[in-house]
Design a protein around this ligand. Structure first.
Ligand SMILES: *Cc1c(COP(=O)(O)O)cnc(C)c1O
Length: 391
């Protein structure tokens, strides 16, 4: 694609697509593994993975063939009928999470919507305790438990009865719980908030508090799930099983699919909830193939040790401007006292895609298949960016 064709894509889109996204000036053509190629033929090491979505890399051959084969057989039936793949995925997910019940969705926000309805139904209570800096999605319910005022305020009134407390502080939750609290909703590591890792004992403390006070614990693992943090699910780092777990992002390796898991006896009954396209055979095939690849290629373990390498290399770049390096597995943040967007721009111009969650925080969430060599090359570019850019 020539430069003018690229300009056409941008012009065409900006004329008709609602301008909600702030996009980087890049038209992506294709991808393989942890490499993306733009329409001008330039390669990039992808340290973003479609925001922690392309867990098994771009166009993994086993995911592609599973989707192809299923597309030729059956794409959608609605939930009026049974399909074999939905049953298989339900069983597989129960085994993976240790939670008995599953409801399939098409996105993270939808998984949280289902979770919020579920906890209200099974407790008969209305309130939620959420955390400052939390991100749970953009739909009305999920947005109600999302912290950032700029994206929440313009759409009020939202779901009633939400209290936000400091992340990482169990006693703050204890103080916020009332007789009408249905659930606490919490990310095991805050993602959009800037990869905030809570104190070691936090999740176990939340679990204990919820049990003691008879309220439910919703773990939003939409970003942290499926090996991202070096465990299948980040709650495992704390040895915690929540009452409800929400999933999406990495689950379909890029195919939109999510899940709301719960442990017995918490579940919807017939007619309580639904979705016409949710859990369609194509989505189930993609999720099953993604899980197979994560398992057979030991990507959870790879996420753990390559995450350590990533943090070590970032640590070696430590300059007077480095504020913090944190994260688990391949979910890592580099925080600087200087603005990081120039680093993102420099890296893109030099073949590395990065993402920043704020002016000062770079977030690394590459495909779990990224190699040591690719990590090393990417961080060398970040190092040059840090040195080049004026300070
Ligand atoms: C991305 C994200 C969501 C929302 O997922 P969508 O698929 O964008 O709706 C919810 N919770 C967390 C923790 C996320 O990172």
């Amino acid at each position: 694609m020539s430069v003018s064709e690229k300009e056409n894509v941008v012009a065409q889109e900006s004329q008709h697509y609602m301008p909600v996204f702030r996009r980087q000036p890049l038209v992506i053509g294709h991808g393989r593994g942890a490499i993306l190629t733009d329409t001008e033929g330039n390669d990039y090491i992808d340290c973003v993975a479609g925001i922690a979505v392309n867990s098994i890399g771009h166009c993994h051959p086993r995911l592609v063939s599973a989707i192809k084969a299923q597309a030729e057989k059956l794409i959608h039936t609605s939930n009026l009928y049974y399909t074999e793949l939905q049953a298989r995925l339900a069983e597989r997910m129960a085994k993976l999470t240790g939670m008995e019940r599953l409801y399939l969705t098409n996105s993270g926000a939808e998984s949280n919507e289902a979770a919020m309805k579920l906890v209200r139904k099974v407790t008969g209570k209305k309130g939620f305790v959420s955390t400052k800096n939390a991100f749970h999605g953009r739909t009305m319910g999920a947005l109600s438990v999302t912290w950032k005022e700029a994206i929440r305020k313009p759409f009020e009134p939202l779901v009633d009865g939400v209290t936000f407390v400091d992340y990482g502080d169990v006693s703050a939750i204890a103080r916020a719980v009332t007789a009408d609290t249905a659930a606490v909703i919490v990310e095991p590591i805050q993602g959009e908030g800037g990869v905030i890792v809570p104190p070691e004992e936090y999740l176990a403390g939340v679990r204990e508090l919820c049990t003691e006070r008879g309220i439910l614990m919703i773990a939003d693992e939409v970003q942290t799930g499926f090996g991202r943090t070096g465990k299948w699910f980040a709650c495992e780092h704390a040895g915690v099983v929540p009452d409800v777990m929400t999933l999406a992002k990495g689950m379909g390796g890029g195919f939109p699919v999510g899940a709301t898991m719960s442990r017995e006896p918490y579940k919807f009954d017939q007619g309580d909830h639904g979705g016409t396209q949710s859990g369609n055979p194509l989505a189930c095939a993609a999720a099953l193939a993604t899980i197979d690849v994560i398992e057979s290629e030991s990507l959870v373990e790879q996420s753990r040790y390559n995450g350590e390498l990533l943090k070590k290399l970032l640590g070696e770049l430590e300059s007077t401007y480095t504020v913090d390096i944190r994260g688990k597995g391949l979910m890592v943040a580099y925080e600087s006292s200087l603005p990081v967007p120039p680093i993102v721009d420099y890296a893109r111009a030099n073949g590395v895609l990065l993402n920043n969650t704020s002016e000062n925080v770079l977030r690394f969430v590459p495909p779990l298949v990224i190699t040591k060599e690719q990590i090393t090359t990417a961080i060398a570019v970040v190092e040059r960016a840090i040195n080049v850019y004026p300070r």
